[in-house]
Design a protein around this ligand. Sequence first.
Ligand code: FES
Length: 104
Amino acid sequence: MSDSNWIDLVAVSDLEPGDVTPAQHKGQPLAVYDGPEGIHVTSARCSHGGASLVDGYFDGFIIECPLHQGCFDIRDGRACGKPATRAIKVFECRTLEGMVQIKG
Ligand code: FES
């Protein structure tokens, strides 16, 4: 049973409170949210048409896609506003020694 590894993603000091910061993991664009109840990490690609959610409107736990205004809950990735219907991937994350980490 191998334990999952934690991977450094971005420095906590690079995050802007209340905003979304872009990151990369294995060539995949990720979105790091510094929200009201801490940090969340999701895929940055909208499941509807692939737009970058990093450029979306972030409020509370909701990210609104900048292209067609589909919405996602960043806590579980579920689509919560049309035209988005499929969830986006959510990554387990934590902060350690000033870094945001995701579980690999
Ligand atoms: Fe995001 Fe269409 S690309 S809602």
